[in-house]
Design a protein around this ligand. Structure first.
Ligand code: SF4
Length: 450
């Protein structure tokens, strides 16, 4: 889970890019970085922390240029040290190439071994570094950047939505299955690219279309060019972008996230018995699903759980101790709305179950008579290997416990999940999605030994 962004042909590209990566902060809060082409060379600045804290006005002023790429990172491969922060670079005889990428490489070991045999020594342990080193390696062999990216697609397995900067030109591409999103937009005379359309709009742009799976989109001073390097019969977009990751004001895979979540909530209400007097969302990612649930069930929607916005998502926390602390800081129930009521609680998903258990306790302590817990996605039973930091299998509560057991564990009176069929029925092209963490059917082999 990371955010990538690129801007081309702007007077102060770093300032424009700042807006874009700020809008993608929810996709990664560990570190952030940008690379800017100043007409002669590429300057890189990256650090640990939030975009707002890293890119002060004096830092942006030290990054002049008309072309820039940027990244917000949540580590899924490689540790969180700065050496693994993006952008990553690789040097060729014709200069340095720099990349930002969202995704996970599943054959890291094998590909790193090959790169070492060709004289490329990795400086970190990040997927994007392997991707840019592979492109640099194949570029040295062929002298053709588009061919080098195609050879990378042939040899590097996994997910990547990436933007490469080389000699002032921009190369934008997605893996052939299109697992992670990447959109193209226009802003004035410039082009903008981002993981989510909300970032394009934040930069004053208008969403044009998605970069297609297996497509290479080239931007040069002379114009743009699109090449379809790979074409698969079906794609495998990550369905969790709609369930949880993406901002609801985004369009991903050509569909409105807010609208999808509303439909998941409606479907959930149709599938499960409605036993509550009103419904409250676990804010913010469940708001639209809870609205859909309330709409379908014909019961009121109440904001009876208040979220502090001064702390990140509890899912983004690197140890159990931090996550426990974060839940207490993050949510507070409104007693006057809950006291003596039969309460419906809608959440987008359950991962370990520990956050849900605490929430049920908070709501019970606020005086709820009954709690009917509804989840707007199917149970997560399997880990993800394509760019999402789901815990190892044994930590996923639904991998070993039944719905009844989970209900007991979290302390709800009833618990229902949206069915997989129900989820699919809400999508325009269900065959083009990945559901591996729900059904265990991995579209790309997991890394060896996993
Ligand atoms: S396994 Fe799950 S989280 Fe990972 S890409 Fe597939 S649907 Fe998304």
């Amino acid at each position: 889970m990371c955010g990538v962004c690129g801007v081309y042909n702007f007077d102060k590209a770093s300032e424009m890019l700042y807006l874009g990566i700020f809008a993608l902060q929810h996709r990664g809060q560990d570190n952030a970085g940008m690379a800017v082409w100043d007409g002669r060379e590429i300057r890189i600045h990256k650090d640990k922390g939030l975009v707002f804290d890293i890119f002060k006005p004096e830092v942006l002023a030290s990054l002049p240029g008309r072309v820039a790429i940027g990244h917000t990172r949540y580590p899924t491969a490689g540790d969180s040290s700065l050496v693994n922060a993006q952008p990553h670079h690789a040097d060729t005889k014709d200069g340095r190439m720099v990349i930002v990428s969202n995704g996970d490489v599943t054959n890291m070991l094998e590909q790193t071994r090959y790169l070492k045999s060709q004289g490329f020594t990795p400086y970190g342990s990040n997927d994007a570094e392997v991707i840019v080193a592979s492109i640099a390696c194949y570029y040295e062999q062929t002298g053709d950047i588009a061919r080098a990216i195609e050879m990378m697609m042939d040899n590097v397995k996994g997910s990547y939505s990436a933007i490469l900067l080389f000699k002032g030109d921009m190369y934008v591409f997605r893996d052939p299955l299109g697992i992670r999103p990447l959109s193209l937009g226009k802003s004035g005379d410039g082009l903008v690219f981002a993981s989510e359309s909300c970032a394009i709009e934040t930069m004053g742009g208008s969403y044009q279309r998605d970069i297609e799976p297996g497509e290479l989109f080239i931007v040069k001073p002379g114009g743009t060019e699109s090449r379809r390097l790979k074409k698969m019969p079906t794609y495998k977009h990550c369905v969790f972008e709609h369930i949880y990751f993406s901002r609801p004001d985004s369009v991903v895979y050509g569909e409105s996230v807010a609208q999808k979540r509303f439909m998941f909530g409606q479907k959930l209400a149709r599938e499960s018995r409605v036993l509550s007097e009103f419904v409250l969302p676990v804010p913010d990612s469940s708001n639209n699903a809870a609205l859909g649930y309330a709409d379908q069930a014909g019961i009121p929607f109440k904001l009876a759980l208040i979220r502090s916005h001064y702390i990140g998502r509890t899912f983004i926390g690197s140890s159990q101790a931090i996550r426990d602390f974060a839940v207490k800081l993050k949510f507070n129930p409104v007693k006057s709305l809950i006291q003596g009521k039969k309460v419906g609680v809608v959440d987008d998903s359950i991962v370990r179950g520990t956050t849900s258990k605490k929430l049920m306790r908070f709501i019970r302590e606020a005086g709820a008579q009954e709690i009917h817990f509804r989840i707007a996605s199917p149970p997560i039973k399997h880990p993800c290997f394509y760019g999402v930091d789901t815990p190892r299998r044994h930590e996923l509560i639904a991998s070993s416990q039944s719905v009844e057991q989970i209900k007991e564990f979290v302390g709800a009176d009833t618990l229902n999940y949206l069915s997989l069929e129900g989820l699919k029925s809400c999508l325009k092209e269900p065959e083009n999605y990945c559901y591996a963490c729900l059904d265990g059917r991995y579209p790309i082999d997991p890394p060896a030994g996993k």
